[in-house]
Ligand binder design. Sequence first.
Ligand SMILES: [Mg+2]
Length: 231
Amino acid sequence: MTKPSNYICQWDAILNLEQLCSRGAAMGESHFIIGVDLDGVVADFYSYMRKVAAEWTGKDIDTLPTGVSWGLPEWGIGGEYASLHHFAVTQRELFSRVDPMPGAALTLREFSKMEDVRIRIITHRLLIPNFHKMAVEQTVGWLDYHGIPYSDLCFMQEKGAVGADVYLEDGPENIKKLSEEDKRVIIFSNSTNIRITDPPAGRAQNWTAAKTLLMNEYREYKSRIRGQELQ
Ligand SMILES: [Mg+2]
């Protein structure tokens, strides 16, 4: 079985490639699709942003807590998040220089070797307008540099609009929304999502645990497929 060719989806793309991603979901019906978020899941977003925020605010980095909530109020960013994000990407190459989460690249490479598994990266990195080209170029280069495999790369706000058999996600609003849409979602645990009740697919504290939970979902998928074939 040959995997479908790669394509890139962009949330507000000129060519409306969002539709292409949706079609890809249908095309991938014979694959187990892992929908994986980048920041806070594959990329150690908060560690890098903590350094940038220390520089941006002029504060000693040791005074910035590592446990943060969505929007980074603990770092005194206030209403300047968009400016900080813009500075981080355009001047500090956030998406090129951020470290991968330990074990993320290796685990995704292992899944990518499974013939009936498809890795679909779904990220909302285009949340701030006017520097999308840089954000996309940094992202693609970073994925290649770290040997992170994927079949599809979707820049999407509405993650549920992109099909996946299971989502690996850390954003609290995305987790809530995917759960409300009855999607299977594994929480990649961090301080931003700690108050959310664990969903049926579980919560992973790291990529070792994420691999176990993803394999559980894969086995259930295979069992469902076998059951359908017997009917
Ligand atoms: Mg995230």
